[in-house]
Design a protein around this ligand. Sequence first.
Ligand code: NAG
Ligand code: NAG
Ligand code: NAG
Length: 322
Amino acid sequence: MTLEEAMQGMKNPSRKKKLGGCIILGCIILIIVLAVVISQVTKKGKQNVNGFDKDFSITWAKNHTRISHHGERLELILDAESGSGFKSNDLFLFGSIKMDIKLVPADSAGTVTAYYLYSPTDHHDELDFEFLGNSSGQPYILQTNVFANGTGEREQRINLWFDPTTDYHTYGVLWNRRQILFLVDDLPIRVFTNNEDMGMPFLNQQPMNIFSSIWNGDKWATQGGRVKIDWTHAPFIASYQNYNLDACIATDAYAPCAMPSANKWWDQEEYQALSAAQQDKLRWVEENYMVYNYCTDVKRNPTTPFECTRNSGGFLGLGSLH
Ligand SMILES: *[C@@H]1O[C@H](CO)[C@@H](O)[C@H](O)[C@H]1NC(C)=O
Ligand SMILES: *[C@@H]1O[C@H](CO)[C@@H](O)[C@H](O)[C@H]1NC(C)=O
Ligand SMILES: *[C@@H]1O[C@H](CO)[C@@H](O)[C@H](O)[C@H]1NC(C)=O
């Protein structure tokens, strides 16, 4: 029976045609159910997006925050009285975390807008984006860092290839058992691979909350601390919208997220290492935008930390993933 006949059967119900119609309808429902199940397992999508007022909590100075647009936008405000901050209500272990951020415009010298994942534990894990403000017209620096089991000191700094204060841009991590990508508008700016085979802890056991805050960092942030905050230009405002937490929510028992089941999209093979195209893009960032890398700071690290060869796009002569 064709679909047309089946439709006919539904319009002009004879016993036989009606039965056929039911079978077709049953098939269609089954296909829809299967499609939904498959897409949940393998596809990406908007996840855990219920509004800043529901998915996040203000952790510092509610009176210096604003939630608007029916929960779709959040602003953090820094002035001489206080900075402010928020964190996700859920803890996450693996997945894709993204947030659109527009940074403090014009004179942002001395301000730091931090956006990071952090595990509330003794030997904590942490993935950092820190945006270091600057005088009007001077470039922001984006500093990233990785802490694994309490050990960090892996700072990298880049300039951006756009002005991060005029529009929202997407800052995110793609995190699975094999590697962690730091992404800016989906372009990899940093990779941190699993080096457990070389005895280094990886971020695979401690669920993390998402945090963000704005604060006075003028002791060190801008041009090495030489440029201080000009409070006559306050308030300094960072804006957030359009987050997507397509990641495994870890409740008290985080085992389900940690289980090596290959049924989450971020565990698929294509996400276990940089693609050649991603490798090229990372190399482009290193070549054109990187202004500091702990890997090549011979004062701090007379011998190159071993993980650096694996975590490079290839430009710095440290070797590469391919
Ligand atoms: C705003 O909150 C901060 C931090 O909780 C507090 O120090 C400050 O006094 C508050 N300001 C006002 C005007 O209520
Ligand atoms: C994490 O650090 C603590 C304290 O140094 C240590 O006891 C523990 O074995 C470490 N865990 C891993 C997985 O390396
Ligand atoms: C600020 O601008 C100066 C001058 O262009 C530059 O050297 C510095 O890297 C910029 N960023 C920060 C955070 O200091």
